[in-house]
Write a protein of this length. Sequence first.
Length: 336
Amino acid sequence: MALRFGIYGCQHGHIAAFIGEMTALGAECAGIYEPEANALAKRLSGQYGIPLLESAEPLQDESIRIIGSSAINNEKIDVIEWCERYGKHIMLDKPIVTNRSALERLEAVVERGRIQVGILLTERFRPAIAALKRNIEDGRLGRIVSITMRKPHKLSPASRHAWHFSKEQNGGLIIDLFIHDFDLLRWLTGQEIESIHSLLAKHTAPEHPTFFDTAGAQVLMRGGTMAQLYTDWHTPDKSWTWGDGRIFVTGTAGCAELRLSGDPSTVANEELYFQITHEEPFVRIVPEAVPVSITADFLGRIEGKPSILTHRDILEASRAAVHADASATLIHAINN
């Protein structure tokens, strides 16, 4: 019998990747429950031949072992606890908590250990980033001194849900986007986060008073690596990509640059990895594909196998994002 799963909450297109990967692995989707019955749910229903459900009750069926969710961010913890109640493992898009209270509830679910909770922290599964981790572990760059991550985003406000601009519902820029970076810092360096000093600025959208559009953070890792994080909602509409994401790594033996959305001079939407060391000249590294998808990794964790992304990784990234947001210095530049 095919593995059966369902969707509880369908507010962001990220969930399409989970549906696609589950389907490719031979799983059957029993239904999509989205209270708003929105266009995304209808599109995915038609694309994959999945029934639309009028309530979450059919997803309680014992044959459904896994739930996927891209619910409104501040409602995801409710979905997680619903899954724990009915014994369903769950994979969600990021972020899965929006404040300290929700983080405490997530920690309690994980501590009880009744279900596995997954999150689509997909950066670990990108070929260029996986290759960078291997080179760091092999010592090709020496001791890692500094990591800089840039993650500008295109806002396209007309295509956004109203809840995207609500701090209460969305969680805000730092929680929404830096969670990827906090996860990568721990994964790439093998170090825990020692301290975070963050800034959050508002330059636009006076009609949405709780929506901030620019964020930065200085992070110190316990092994001495320093990191600089930056993100915003200011990528121009004419950009060739949703955002020119880059990672810069400086080590005592070499440096690396990852252009995760390609090169604007060639308008190529492909991951680029460049590296130079004391022993080797500047070169482009062509990484191999990661042999396992994030969904397959999650299924392995459910079966008790070692996984690339663990509960601890999810909790630490979420904890760092919540802390960075709560302690951020706020800059109301729009009023200056």
